[in-house]
Design a protein around this ligand. Structure first.
Ligand code: PLP
Ligand code: ZN
Length: 426
């Protein structure tokens, strides 16, 4: 059985985490699921993970449930909701991309492409676990606030199980790709006249008032599922931990999940040391990066939200991230860091990742910009091994990408002469 406990005061909220749908402690801090440590030795666990890759059963084929001894050991196997999420590519940075980042001699950089999940973002990893737990608790309807990816993911998993869902999105602030997906899977979409942070406050109130299962990353089961990004990338690297893992950060659920995964993997003997974690915010929506910097001189500095978050990277346009306390703990545990990059830097990084043939949505490129900055600062030195997480698919935000490349489109007359002129020099 997994316990449910407070991340700040440690108070036990439930001896069986499945028995409670609380997300916060009486002290105000978030709760976390604490699974029992795996009983098997690390070699036996690794062998089991390997064997499942060759299996045909649904949960074995999932890049989340394959690691179920660490992700959610208490959940009955027959109840696991899955679309075969995870199993995403780990691409070594092509030469041009490595050169752009200034990667030093002997250093290696891989990009873990979470955009290759079933609905095109890493949210599927947390969602399969969150929806499984919610249905085991008997939830009849599910809800979330979203900048677009969480809603697309929830809508898909809810439809898979025939459960109604309602999503709260900031009106006019969701990309066409994400909105279309969410509608297609059949969610009821409420376009809230306000920001994501307004939508988040509302969905929390609505979940309480109307008994909806809340599937944002304040739901501790979401975090448990998202741990699998860290586990799978360690597995991809043969359990030889990299020196750095770099990822974008908005609501801070993902960095919290990653840190927890790394600590628990070390606890289980799967790795011997922790990689350092760097999370990267957009400069216009960087309350956590600012706080992290302030903590350097004053460990008691209070966390302050950003009242007017603004960035082209809509997935991380969040001013009042819920998981700030969890994220601080994980950065401290991994000797990590957080900083911000401006939109121009982030878009320049996206152009590079896209041109490498890999591609990502704008928010994801913050991680690539982060790698470049860590190299420039000397934190990534010769011989370092680095993984950055690409959180979303290149088709998630077609408007931004198409607008950027508008000048590269060539309109030609439908005759061979025009074609010859247009391809001259190829
Ligand atoms: C959700 C999301 C993020 C931010 O993750 P948080 O857990 O909110 O910090 C980054 N990139 C993409 C593409 C996302 O969908
Ligand atoms: Zn507490």
């Amino acid at each position: 059985m997994s316990r449910l406990a407070c991340v700040r005061c440690g108070a036990l909220a439930a001896a069986d985490a499945l028995a409670s749908d609380a997300t916060a402690c009486a002290c105000g801090a978030l709760l976390e699921v604490l699974p029992p440590p795996p009983q098997a030795a690390p070699e036996a666990l690794r062998a089991r993970f390997d064997a499942r890759r060759a299996g045909r059963a649904g949960p074995d084929r999932s890049g989340v449930w394959r690691y179920r001894e660490l992700v959610a050991p208490a959940l009955p196997e027959a109840a696991l909701v899955s679309r075969g999420e995870g199993n995403t590519g780990l691409y070594e940075a092509p030469a041009a991309l490595a050169r752009w980042a200034g990667l030093p001699e002997g250093a290696r950089w891989w990009l873990k492409h979470e955009g290759e999940n079933p609905t095109g973002s890493f949210k599927d990893r947390g969602m399969c676990a969150g929806v499984t737990a919610a249905l085991l608790r008997g939830a009849r309807a599910l809800a979330c606030a979203s900048t677009g990816n969480t809603s697309a993911s929830l809508a898909s998993y809810a439809a898979l199980r025939g459960v109604p869902c309602v999503v709260f999105v900031p009106a006019g602030k969701v990309t066409t790709g994400k909105l279309a997906q969410t509608l297609a899977y059949g969610a009821r979409v409420l376009e809230v006249e306000g920001s994501f942070d307004d939508a988040m406050r509302l969905v929390e109130e609505a979940a309480r008032a109307f008994g909806l299962g809340l599937l944002n990353s304040v739901n501790p089961w979401r975090v448990e599922g998202q741990k699998a990004i860290g586990l799978e990338l360690l597995d991809d690297l043969g359990w030889a931990p990299p020196d750095w893992i770099v990822l974008p950060a908005g609501n801070l659920g993902n960095v919290s999940a990653l840190g927890k995964a790394l600590r628990e993997a070390r606890g289980a003997g799967l790795i011997e040391r922790l990689p350092r974690v760097a999370c990267v915010q957009a400069a216009g929506a960087a309350p956590f990066a600012r706080w992290w910097a302030a903590l350097g001189s004053d460990p008691a500095a209070p966390f302050a939200p950003e009242p007017r978050p603004e960035t082209v990277a809509t997935a991380i346009r969040i001013g009042d991230p819920r998981s700030w306390e969890k994220a601080r703990r994980e950065l401290a545990a991994t000797q990590g860091t957080c900083f911000a990059v401006d939109d121009a830097t982030l878009l320049a990084a996206k152009v590079q990742v896209d041109a490498a043939g890999i591609g990502c949505e704008p928010a994801s490129a913050a991680a690539a910009a982060g790698v470049r900055r860590l190299v420039a600062e000397g934190a990534i030195g010769p011989g370092a091994r680095v993984v950055s997480v690409l959180t979303g698919h290149v088709l998630k935000d077609p408007e931004t990408t198409a607008a950027h490349h508008a000048g590269a489109r060539v309109r030609v007359a439908a005759d061979l002469g025009a074609i010859e002129a247009a391809i001259g020099g190829l």
